[in-house]
Design a protein around this ligand. Sequence first.
Ligand code: R5P
Length: 297
Amino acid sequence: MNMPIIFCLFASDQQINLIQGFLKRTTNQTLGKITMHQFPDAESLVTIETDVSNKNIIFIAYLDRPDLKIFQLILATETARMLGAKKITLVAPYLPYMRQDKQFHSGEGISSIYFAKLISHYFDGLITVDPHLHRWHSLTDIYSIPSQVLHAADAVAAWISKNIAAPILLGPDSESTQWVSDIAKKLRAPYLVLSKERFGDQQVSSNMPEISAYINQHFVLIDDIISTAATMLEAINHLKQQGVKNISCIGVHAIFSGPAYQKLSAAGVNNIISCNTVAHESNQIDLIPLLLETHNQ
Ligand code: R5P
């Protein structure tokens, strides 16, 4: 079979080991060799050592904290094209720049559109996991290349079912309904969703629905992104005020900016869990099989 050559960019050692292990078990394929050198003046040079001439290739790129990585990714793509690569697919386990999906204040741009234009210009296809689709309903609203959205729901449901008895799921804002309802259905568990308003990067306020019937159950908060953790902390405060004892937090994409993880850890919850789309010490749910099975089909 003519498999595309896979290159990893911006991956942690653990992510690389998991990817290599998966490829070894399934296709016996090895990763393509790419190196990124930074000159003393902070400019970058990409070298692709594996022959890509006339081959389809995949860049698995971990794009949290994206701004510097994006330019390096463009350098990698241009280099691959110059070396004769045919189709170039971007696998972005976490797709950044999805949250600025409207002009929230006058003078602002809508960066999700600009980022989508950039990626659509350089790549032939995009695969990602649970992008933040809120005001955009589909990636095709803004991406002009073929795209595939994978979902963490099965893996998250499997983790909950193995680790938490009789959970009640809680989505911290209206857009989390899509993830929480799907996981609840798989677990045949009840779920509730809060309504949230954001006033600034770190300021959110939410309204809790009636929870008195569930106080003694284990609440599992599920969100797509944990960034400042303000959303999770607001929901935890409500639950604690009402006397809930057991609370776990699950985020698909563990961005955890600044002291967010420390703040969430200090909130006294049972578990803080994430998928490994962004490398973080909370990673307990491995989505590499999900990402790579798609490419093996
Ligand atoms: C946005 O609505 C997302 O679904 C998350 O709720 C949000 O990104 C979490 O951000 P933070 O952790 O900064 O509250």
